[in-house]
Each structure stands twice: as structure tokens, then as C-alpha cells.
Design a protein around this ligand. Structure first.
Ligand code: FMN
Length: 300
């Protein structure tokens, strides 16, 4: 049975990775998950300098999912290079670094700092709904999306994945823009913008008022968008949004994803990534699929 895939020239032993911001840099999860079993680890967003994130409360549960407004808290790229890369390199898995910035210059600075780092790919987050500047503003305007992609591409040494926001009318427009900007792959979806209200206090639960909605409840939206993007551009796709099981992952692959990532599911089931790897293998076995690549976009 062949489960390996190639995304923008990088070989993955299987399509399964972690979703940025839901797995840290793998250290905490390594007690539960053998990181060697994963196709890749996508780390929490890294900025040029330390970011403190948003005030609490910044997490709220919803039916079938959650809202978060963490606000891309991170210790900055230097700490990441010093501490997290050596940790992750002990394992036989790809390291994908999700980068964040408030300005184009900040994104470029992180890509430059990572040029000599021992990592496999960069994922450009132009889709976070919880930061005031940058973030989602870049991901919802096709011209800005193309511009920031092309600027980062100039300086990035590793293949560049651009992560798309679902908070747009037509995601294929943004996908085409980042393809034109030189992206090597796209990942989708980031969180949907959501809100939850405490009806007794009559105020929003999150200090930030709104947050990013993720988890199983968003899966149909994500599958639809992956399929639309698959039919619109030539770049390989990493699909995510509510994946909890191997069956969920297969749905994304059939919609057109070459890779898949597991996010919110890690919080309720620390071994979710392994369950997804095993679930894909089980499906292939039962369905007599010899090579996972046969499944990509293979629906009527
Ligand atoms: C607590 C939390 C933090 C996140 N942080 C990031 C981040 O730093 N960068 C990013 O690109 N996406 C971030 N995301 C979005 C996820 O990577 C993913 O796109 C989204 O949650 C949908 O997948 P899921 O439903 O499987 O969680 C975060 C999501 C959550 C729940």
C-alpha cells in the first residue's frame, strides 16, 4: 500500500499533518503521538518578534466546534529557530513553518530568517481573523494576496504554501491570485469568523468579541472550498477544517486535496493525527486502493 505523496517537490510519507496553532511545535503532543508517523508537523504561527496575543477569554466552545481569538501569540522566529527546529529534527517528519506578519515587511523578515533554517516548507498565513492588521486583510483582497505572496516568494528558500481564508465570497479568486503570485501550494481553510454571546451578561464571550470558528461543524464548508479550488488552479492543495477521522481525511482527498491537516480534533483527542493515518490505511485496505494518489480529486 502506498501512502506517500509529493507536495511541491517535498515527499511526505503520508498525507497527514498537524494544523498550525493546534499542535504547538509538537513537544507537548510527543508524549501521546509518535511524530515519526506523521507526514509533517505544521507549527504555530511564527512572527519576526514576540507577539503577546489577545486578552482572555479567548476560547469558547460551540456545537461541533470552537471559537478562538488567541491572536497568534508566539515567542518570535529566533526562539523558534533555536528551540523548536532541533526538537522537531529528531523525528523523521517534514517541518512546515507557518509564518505571520502585520505588514508585508514582517512576513518577508521571517522568510529571510528561515532561509538557512533546516525546515522543509513555509506556510504563509494571510488568513487569521483575530489580528487587527495584516492577517485576514491580506487574505481577502486578491491584489494584496498576490502581492504578499510574490514578495515572500522572492526571499523564501523553501517551497511556499499559502493558507487561504474562507471569509470571502469567492475563494477561487484568491486561490488564482496566490497562484499568480508564485505560491507552490495552497492550504485551506483557516477559521471562519464567528461570535458567541453570553445572553445573561448580554455581551460577547470572547474579549476580542469575534473569533475563528473551527472543528467538525465547518467540515462541509471546507470540503466545498477545497473542491472549488481544485477545479480552479493547478497547485497542490492541503485540505483542513474539521478533520477528526480517516474518513474525514478521505473526503478531502476525494475533493482534491493532496495533503490533509488535523486541527481542533487534537484538543479533544491528542492521538487524532494517528487515528487519521490509520483510518486512511484502513479505508485503502477495505476499498482495495493501492496508492493514495489515485484518490486525489477522484469523484464524479
Ligand atoms: C487555537 C487555534 C489556533 C490557531 N492558530 C493558527 C495559526 O497560528 N496560524 C494559522 O495559519 N492557523 C491557525 N489556526 C487555524 C487552524 O490551523 C485551522 O486552519 C482551523 O482551525 C481549521 O481546522 P480544524 O477545524 O481542523 O481546526 C488556529 C486554530 C485554532 C483552533
Amino acid at each position: 500500500m502506498m501512502t506517500s505523496v509529493n507536495i511541491a517537490g517535498v515527499d511526505f510519507k503520508n498525507p497527514v499533518m498537524t494544523a498550525s496553532g493546534t499542535f504547538g511545535s509538537g513537544r507537548e503532543y510527543s508524549k501521546f503521538v509518535d511524530l515519526n508517523r506523521l507526514g509533517g508537523v505544521v507549527v504555530k504561527g511564527v512572527a519576526s518578534k514576540e507577539w503577546l496575543g489577545n486578552p482572555a477569554p479567548r476560547i469558547a466552545e460551540t456545537y461541533g466546534g470552537m471559537l478562538n481569538a488567541v491572536g497568534l501569540q508566539n515567542p518570535g522566529v529566533d526562539v523558534f529557530i533555536e528551540e523548536d527546529i532541533p526538537f522537531l529534527r529528531q523525528y523523521d517528519t517534514n517541518i512546515i513553518v507557518n509564518i505571520a506578519g502585520k505588514t508585508v515587511e514582517e512576513y518577508v523578515e521571517v522568510a529571510k530568517r528561515l532561509r538557512d533554517a533546516d525546515i522543509d516548507m513555509i506556510e504563509l498565513n494571510i488568513s487569521c481573523p483575530n489580528v487587527k492588521e495584516g492577517g485576514v486583510a491580506f487574505g481577502t483582497d486578491p491584489k494584496m494576496a498576490e502581492y504578499v505572496t510574490s514578495e515572500v516568494k522572492k526571499y523564501a528558500k523553501q517551497p511556499l504554501i499559502v493558507k487561504l481564508s474562507p471569509n470571502v465570497t469567492d475563494i477561487t479568486e484568491i486561490a488564482r491570485a496566490v497562484e499568480a503570485g508564485g505560491a507552490d501550494a495552497v492550504s485551506l481553510i483557516n477559521t471562519l469568523l464567528g461570535m458567541k454571546i453570553d445572553i445573561y451578561k448580554r455581551k460577547p464571550i470572547l474579549a476580542n468579541r469575534v473569533g475563528g470558528f473551527s472543528g467538525p461543524a465547518i467540515k462541509p464548508v471546507a470540503v466545498r472550498m477545497v473542491n472549488q479550488v481544485y477545479n480552479s488552479i493547478k497547485l497542490p492543495i492541503i485540505g483542513l477544517g474539521g478533520i477528526c477521522t480517516g474518513e474525514d481525511a478521505i473526503e478531502f482527498i476525494l475533493a482534491g486535496a493532496t495533503g490533509v491537516a488535523v486541527g481542533t480534533a487534537n484538543f479533544s483527542n491528542p492521538r487524532a493525527t494517528i487515528d487519521v493515518v490509520e483510518g486512511i490505511e484502513r479505508y485503502m485496505d477495505v476499498m482495495g486502493v493501492g496508492d493514495v494518489n489515485e484518490l486525489i480529486g477522484n469523484i464524479d
